[in-house]
Write a protein that binds this ligand. Structure first.
Ligand code: NAP
Length: 294
């Protein structure tokens, strides 16, 4: 069996077209979703992420408020800016690009964001609400994974899902989302990590495999059941002299071999990555609608 490719780029484009229509309709009611993007320092990767997020906003008609701060910015100055955005009615979402410089405590910064504007879904109030199945902002990467599965008509209910990776960013929230007693969940979830004994034996039982590790070839073909759905969250650089930049991006899955056993598979790049950015737009629009309904 050769797997069908789950095209995250295409799905993201389709969702963005839907958002553009939705934002246009909101604008007719004088509702303009607004996202404040805050970047501290000059890290090139973070600069490029922030620029892409602002471009996405422009594409769908979301107002984006760009805040680029010097690397020496103090925690107090950053929190003061967040408070200003918390109180600004034009802003529905606040995104603080991580990682922050070492002298700033990330948790304290996240706690300072009004949970009603926490479109990254990192504030403990949103994490807690997600855990107990209440409406909350869901973190963008795992939420994007759920959308990729559902839009590809994968049955999650009753599926054996094995997630490799237990970070607060991906593995843990995804496990939480998939065990909820609701539509597009109701899965039986196993979460694996570096202390898992015999990773292969767990992965082999999976109907749906999600790799969120950051290590090349963590999932090889011999670990994959025929017909499994494989979602590769990992992003790794491997040296490649044929590329101008000297490297190429690959996931955590041995893509070429695994695609001969899986029924559906996400590529890297072009799988989960574009969905992460798209879910940020989704959360910002939802936040604007909630603010307008108050
Ligand atoms: P992380 O915080 O470093 O967590 C990695 C997880 O993988 C940890 O739970 C770790 O276990 C586990 N792990 C590492 N080596 C393992 C092994 N040999 N066997 C089993 N488990 C292993 O990483 P993250 O933030 O979750 O990100 C994971 C990957 O996804 C990275 O490549 C990142 O770049 C990528 N990512 C992509 C997107 C996107 O939009 N495409 C978004 C976020 C992240 P322990 O807990 O035991 O250490």
């Amino acid at each position: 069996m050769t797997a069908q490719i789950i095209d995250g780029k295409k799905t993201a484009q389709e969702m963005k077209a839907e958002f553009r229509d939705e934002v246009a309709k909101l604008k007719e009611k004088d509702i303009v979703p607004g996202l404040a993007v805050i970047l501290v320092g000059e890290d090139p990767a973070s600069q490029s992420y922030v620029t892409s997020k602002e471009r996405d906003c422009a594409e769908v008609g979301i107002y984006s408020d760009d805040n680029r701060l010097l690397a020496e910015t103090t925690q107090e100055e950053l929190i003061a800016l967040i408070e200003e955005k918390n109180n600004d009615p034009k802003i529905n979402g606040i995104l603080v690009q991580l990682p922050l410089p070492k002298h700033i405590n990330e948790s304290e910064v996240i706690f300072a964001i009004n949970p009603e504007k926490d479109v990254d879904g990192f504030h403990p109030i949103n994490v807690g609400k997600m855990m107990i199945g209440e409406k909350a902002f869901l973190p963008c990467t795992p939420h994007g994974v759920v959308h990729l599965l559902t839009r590809s008509n994968v049955t999650i209910e009753g599926a054996n899902v094995v997630i490799i990776g237990r970070s607060n960013l991906v593995g843990k929230p995804l496990a939480n989302m998939l065990i909820q007693k609701n539509k597009n969940a109701n899965a039986t979830v196993t979460v694996c990590h570096t202390r898992t004994k015999d990773l292969a034996s767990h992965v082999k039982r999976a109907d749906i495999i999600v790799a969120a590790v950051g290590r090349v070839n963590t999932v090889t073909a011999d670990m994959v059941k025929d017909g499994a759905v494989v979602i590769d969250v990992g992003v790794n650089r491997v040296e490649d002299a044929t590329k101008k930049r000297g490297y190429r991006l690959v996931g955590d899955v041995d893509y070429e071999a695994v695609k001969e056993k899986a029924s559906l598979i996400t590529p890297v790049p072009g799988g989960v990555g574009p969905m992460t950015r798209t879910m940020l737009l989704y959360n910002t629009i939802e936040s604007a609608k909630a603010a307008a309904a108050k």
